[in-house]
Design a protein around this ligand. Structure first.
Ligand code: NI
Length: 138
């Protein structure tokens, strides 16, 4: 870790109350860690906004009995060849499956893949979570 610098800053009372509530709700032990994570999250958001190379996870819950869906999912993952790092599939019950797809690539391509998968009929829930290769976070 790089040198730690101690900062002091001003904030109005109302905003401080919001900060304290957010901190409490999200289970952070102290303000420093919370603020460090806010900055890191903002840096990751910026990587996505600037269409940099990023990492993400697309999580989908779907009904595998839906006609053609599993074939479409496979075809899509071939179409986006190079973007898929790994896929984990778990059968939740007789009908429902969850798949976590770890993806890497330009933010716009990853977002397009996430959007396309979420739109497929039979996908009950789809979510793209944004992460970073970490280069800008050190
Ligand atoms: Ni399954």
């Amino acid at each position: 870790m790089s040198d730690l610098i101690r900062l002091s800053f001003t904030i109005d009372r109302k905003l401080l109350e919001h900060l304290e509530r957010l901190l409490h709700e999200s289970g952070y032990g102290n303000r420093s860690e919370f603020i460090r994570d806010l900055v890191r999250n903002r840096l990751v958001d910026r990587e996505w906004e600037q269409d940099e190379e990023v990492i993400g996870t697309i999580t989908i819950v779907f009904d595998h009995h839906r006609r053609g869906l599993t074939e479409k999912l496979t075809a899509l993952q071939h179409q986006f060849e190079g973007a898929i790092l790994a896929t984990t599939h778990v059968h939740l019950d007789e009908h429902i499956c969850v798949e976590a797809i770890l993806v890497r690539g330009r933010a716009s391509r990853i977002a397009e893949l996430g959007h396309t998968i979420r739109q497929l009929k039979g996908v009950l829930k789809g979510e793209l979570s944004l992460a970073s290769l970490g280069r800008g976070l050190r």
